[in-house]
Design a protein around this ligand. Structure first.
Ligand code: CTP
Ligand code: C5P
Length: 390
């Protein structure tokens, strides 16, 4: 290329369901963006997903909005076709398509990326291990708590771990007897699909660095502070953060620890542990900084430390322990509190309700997906062995 010639802008295409969008999706988009200059993301309609995979948890409007909220995304194409074609890439001026190193198949078991692979317009990024919609749905259905006991596991006495394993195995055997069609969600992952049935997520500082923008506030920036659980990061959170960001120039999100959230929400909340919640919130385009393990109450010290100009909270009920303590009492007294209306009524509990209501459908969808993946993997392994033998 001559010096005068303008450097061509590389446009990258990604597509998918992006149902219950999580930091695994965000990480694939981050990697895809790094392969070019502009990232265009095609999101499938509810109808298409239902046909090929089973009903999505979130509506297409919710899924379009969530993908638009991810900081590496430049444009969203609504209702992108399930099978990626060269016509689609050309229509949106994209050079190539990027997908994670798992396999995506149509209802008839055809690789949805075969056409772009054959045309050499396909690149792969590594799938984020230990997080999938399938696994999150499993946590909600089984009310498991393993996700926020990560740190304790290493210290568990072997004998105790063995007993737990035996109890779990008994539970699943009973469950299988009662619900013959049910999948093995949340249980020993070794018996699961090689792509989506992966091990647990291992958080690293590297991942946090990759997700954060690393920018400090400028001296004149007005700092907005919000705090909460931000569990199963959803459209309600997104709309709230968009509004909050408008009250200043730099948005800090304080995340409560798992035990704190569990104390005021009970059951097996939070569904996502603190490491997972940090990455989900960091992937949001309105967020500049995250406090990992923010105090339950906003203190004067915190306001001074982060030079907070304004503290915001939405219309949802205040997370009060036994209803006796207002965590925003201090910023209210300081005249720094703003109540925001996100205009969105979504909550983490509503997501869990949706899952439970459609429990059988989702279980069927998940076991069908895993079965298809296991079959494809076995066929691939066999083909490779035959190749070697021949
Ligand atoms: N993806 C990823 N890491 C994950 C989950 C998804 O890199 N842990 C990637 C997929 O490889 C794909 C993109 O995110 O490139 C969109 O995937 P989508 O079709 O929405 O989801 P699934 O692959 O079905 O994932 P899930 O099991 O979470 O439903
Ligand atoms: O419930 P959680 O702690 O995750 O909420 C974080 C913040 O998002 C809170 O200020 C809450 O009021 C706000 N929110 C909102 N609209 C929603 C859901 C949450 O304004 N639909």
């Amino acid at each position: 290329m001559s010096d005068n010639e303008e450097k061509k802008e590389i446009r990258v295409w990604c597509d998918g369901c992006y149902d219950m969008v999580h930091f695994g999706h965000a990480n694939s988009l981050r990697q895809a963006k790094a392969l070019g200059h502009k990232l265009i993301v095609g999101v499938h309609t509810d109808e298409e997903i239902k046909k090929h995979k089973g009903p999505p948890v979130f509506t297409q409007e919710e899924r379009y909005k969530m993908v638009r909220g991810i900081k590496w995304v430049d444009d969203v194409v609504e209702g992108a076709p399930y099978v990626t074609t060269l016509e689609t890439l050309d229509k949106y001026n994209c050079d190539f398509c990027v997908h994670g190193d798992d396999i995506t198949m149509t209802a008839d078991g055809v690789d949805t990326y075969q056409i772009v692979k054959d045309a050499d317009r396909y690149k792969e990024v590594s799938r984020t291990e230990g997080i999938s919609t399938t696994d999150l749905v499993g946590r909600m259905l089984l009310l498991t708590k393993n996700h926020f006991r990560q740190g304790e596991k290493e210290y568990a006495i072997e004998k105790e771990a063995l007993i737990i394993k035996r109890i779990q195995s008994l539970y699943y055997t009973k469950r299988k007897q009662n619900y013959p069609g049910s999948s093995n969600l949340g249980q020993d992952h070794s018996a699961r699909s090689p792509w989506t049935g992966c091990s647990q997520f291992l958080p690293t500082t590297q991942k946090i660095i990759q997700f954060s923008d690393g920018k400090s506030p400028k001296p004149d920036d007005k700092i907005v502070y919000v705090a909460g659980a931000f569990d199963l990061f959803h459209v309600g959170h997104l709309d709230f953060l968009e509004q909050a960001r408008k009250h200043g120039d730099y948005l800090i999100v304080g995340l409560h620890t798992d035990p704190v959230v569990n104390k005021y929400k009970g059951s097996n909340y939070p569904i996502m542990n603190i490491h997972e919640r940090v990455l989900s919130v960091l992937a949001c385009k309105y967020v500049n900084e995250v406090v990992i393990g923010a105090p339950y109450s906003v203190t004067e010290e915190l306001v001074r430390h982060f030079k907070v100009g304004v503290v915001c909270h939405g219309q949802t009920e205040l997370p009060m322990e036994n209803g006796v303590h207002d965590p925003y009492a201090v910023p209210k007294m300081m005249g720094k509190f703003i109540s925001i209306d996100s205009g969105n009524t979504m909550t983490t509990e509503k997501i869990v309700e949706r899952i439970i209501k459609h429990r059988i459908e989702f279980e069927e969808r998940n076991s069908k997906k895993e079965k298809k993946e296991i079959e494809a993997y076995e066929a691939m392994t066999k083909a490779k062995q035959n190749e070697k033998a021949g």
